[in-house]
Write a new protein. Sequence first.
Length: 183
Amino acid sequence: MAEQQKPVSHKALKLRTRAKRSKPKFVKPESWRYVRLSENWRRPKGLDHKMRRKFKGWPATVNTGYRGPKIARGLHPSGYKEILVHTVEELRKVDPETQAVRIAHVVGRRKRLEMLVEARKKKIKVLNIKELKELKKEPEKEEAEKPEEEEEPEEIKAETPETTEKKPSREKKAKKPKERSKE
């Protein structure tokens, strides 16, 4: 059987953030010079290319040594492994001690709320919870507005004049045909 992973220590996460701070932004050679070149990294391949030859004053190239600690790779800053979830069944398979959940953007409001309830039962950390808080507030507002909308008695309706008149629509002017000059 596979051993269960323990949550990553904060020491490893701190080492990773320190390594990321010292890591330069790797850019495509001469992308700063030409607008048509994107900054996405491409390895310099020319024989005389100064960046490939690691000349002083040229940006750093991608090499080993810039990676973070092996145990902290691919983890969320909270220390949990991030899992993308689409259904409640997928949510039930998550290990709350080592994994955190991000609910997919294609999931609707009703299913999101169901998933949030299930996550709270299992004590699973939800990473995109900010959106869920907003979603939970919206149904409460709708329920609060429903009792206020009561129908007026027929006597009051008869007394109030109907003021909904149609606005006159703009009539399009007929265009005159252009006169051609004879040459």
